[in-house]
Structure formats: C-alpha cells, structure tokens
Design a protein around this ligand. Structure first.
Ligand code: RTP
Ligand code: MG
Length: 137
C-alpha cells in the first residue's frame, strides 16, 4: 500500500557529504519517489515540536542542539510500504548495533549523530509532515 513518510538527513549527513549517497539508496527502491526535498537549518521551536515525545530525557537537549547545528535535508518520501521501508534502510538507532548495508550501519558510530530520521508509524508520519511541510496536501 502506498504511503508517505517524513525523512530528515541530519546535520552530520550534510556535513559529511553523504546526502547524495543516502538519497540514492532511497530513490533506487522500486516504486519509491521523493515528493518534497529541501535543505533547511531547523530552528529550536520546530525541533521541540518534532521531538516532543523525548522531552525530559537526558539526551533531549544535546539532540535538539545537534539537530540545529547546521543544515539538514528534509524530505517526504512516498511509495510502497515506505514507512517501515525507510526505517529498515536506516537501521536501528545505535549505529554500532546496525547491520552493515543499512545507512547507520555503514556510516555511523555515534548514537546521536546517526545520519537519518524516518517516521516510525502512519500517525507519526502525518504529524511530522504537518510540522515540516504545513502546506503539503
Ligand atoms: P529518529 O527518531 O531520529 O528516526 O531515530 P529513532 O526513532 O531510531 O530514535 P529515537 O529513540 O526516536 O531517538 C531520537 C534520536 O535521538 C538521538 N538519541 N540519542 N542515548 C542517546 O544519546 C540517544 N538516544 C537517542 C538519536 O539521534 C535518535 O535518532
Ligand atoms: Mg524516533
């Protein structure tokens, strides 16, 4: 079933010149496509909304600071089972636990600087697309 998901290539991915590599992996999946793509430095208010579920956790402040530390690539990806699919392509949160072949497993070592965000459910995707692309239908 076609879906849409909100994907962020985090500031570490942009700084390290990995956005083309990661976007290429997404684009090469059968029947997936980019519905929106923008290079954007995320402000604190937007990030507080996006990461509201983590407020109060010890990693919350450094996470928001890191995510505001430089430009990210914010995208909407659409296609067959794309919500579960981009999560699988990204790999688990901790890059050291992520298998080679996944984005985090191939390029990451630090839990916070794990290159990519992808919505974790249909409800999250709807909520997050509204935050980052309010005018998007
Ligand atoms: P994301 O939301 O970015 O797609 O990642 P996720 O679902 O795999 O991870 P989540 O638990 O939602 O955490 C959000 C982001 O916070 C950073 N984090 N740091 N212990 C730590 O230092 C820690 N734990 C999480 C990561 O950047 C994670 O992706
Ligand atoms: Mg998450």
């Amino acid at each position: 079933m076609p879906q849409r998901t909100l994907v962020i290539l985090k500031p570490d991915a942009v700084r390290r010149g990995l956005t083309g590599e990661i976007i290429g992996r997404i684009e090469r999946k059968a029947d997936w496509s980019l519905a929106a793509v923008e290079l954007r430095t995320l402000d604190r208010a937007t990030l507080e909304q996006h990461y509201a579920e983590h407020e109060g956790r010890p990693f919350y402040e450094p996470l928001v600071e890191f995510m505001a530390s430089g430009p990210s690539v914010v995208m909407v990806v659409e296609g067959e089972r794309v919500i579960e699919g981009v999560r699988a392509l990204a790999g688990p949160t901790d890059p050291i636990a992520a298998a080679p072949g996944s984005v985090r497993g191939d390029f990451g070592t630090i839990v916070r600087e794990n290159l990519i965000h992808a919505s974790d459910s249909e409800e999250s995707a709807e909520r997050e697309m509204k935050i980052f692309f309010p005018s998007f239908a």
